[in-house]
Write a protein that binds this ligand. Structure first.
Ligand code: ADP
Ligand code: MG
Length: 189
């Protein structure tokens, strides 16, 4: 089972980002998208998510239920970490489960204070937990470990690996070590 991208075309004015791009993403696995800054990684996953409209080509096999870590955190700043996750997940998921996940990714303190008071790396991890606990069939993660220090990044990668087994995960990254650690497929742009 694959997500199939064929003949993708995307232009911004004179800037041709994709001109007949083809790729296959295997479902129920992790696939990394790598490439230099500005090559179109975010554009590609935004097209796959349906946020950006392509100028040509076809995409098939993208599941309907999607969750994401966007390039920017896009959290509700005045809401707590728990509330930010609560907003997107099934009512059946208990607050204790949300707290357990936040702890597993290394966030123990201040879970009820507004995330506006969190550091960048703390916010990033809230965004990761939100994407994992949201009801979804596919996760799109745009540089999910950006701004995390080595130790925190290791914890976040372990958390992600542990909690996305058998799921379709698409991750944009700059770091080949992430591809090795999470044992994913690789698409280079
Ligand atoms: N909304 C937009 N309007 C105009 N140009 C854009 C827009 N979004 C992205 N681009 C351009 O498309 C190219 C790919 O951008 P992007 O997908 O963000 O790259 P990456 O995520 O690989 O760094 C860049 O040249 C960028 O300037
Ligand atoms: Mg980007």
């Amino acid at each position: 089972m694959y997500i199939v991208i064929s003949g993708l075309v995307k232009k911004y004015g004179e800037n041709i980002v994709f001109d007949g791009f083809d790729a296959k993403i295997e479902k129920n696995r992790t696939t990394f998208i790598m490439g230099p800054s500005g090559c179109g990684k975010t554009t590609l996953i935004n097209i796959l998510m349906g946020i950006t409209t392509p100028d040509g080509g076809t995409i098939s096999g993208v599941p309907a239920l999607k969750s994401a870590v966007f390039q920017e955190d896009r959290l509700c700043e005045s809401f707590s970490a728990i509330s930010n996750v609560r907003l997107v997940c099934d009512k059946k998921i208990k607050n204790d489960t949300i707290i357990e996940h936040l702890k597993k990714i290394g966030l123990g303190d201040g879970l009820t204070k507004p995330v506006a008071e969190f550091s960048g790396g703390m916010k990033r991890r809230v965004a990761i937990v939100r994407a994992v606990l949201a009801r979804s069939e596919i996760l799109f993660l745009d540089e999910p470990f950006k701004g995390l220090d080595t130790e925190t990044k290791k914890t976040a990668m372990e958390y992600l690996k542990e909690n996305t087994k058998g799921k379709t995960v698409v991750i944009v990254t700059h770091d080949i070590e992430e591809v090795k650690a999470l044992e994913g497929d690789l698409i280079t742009l």
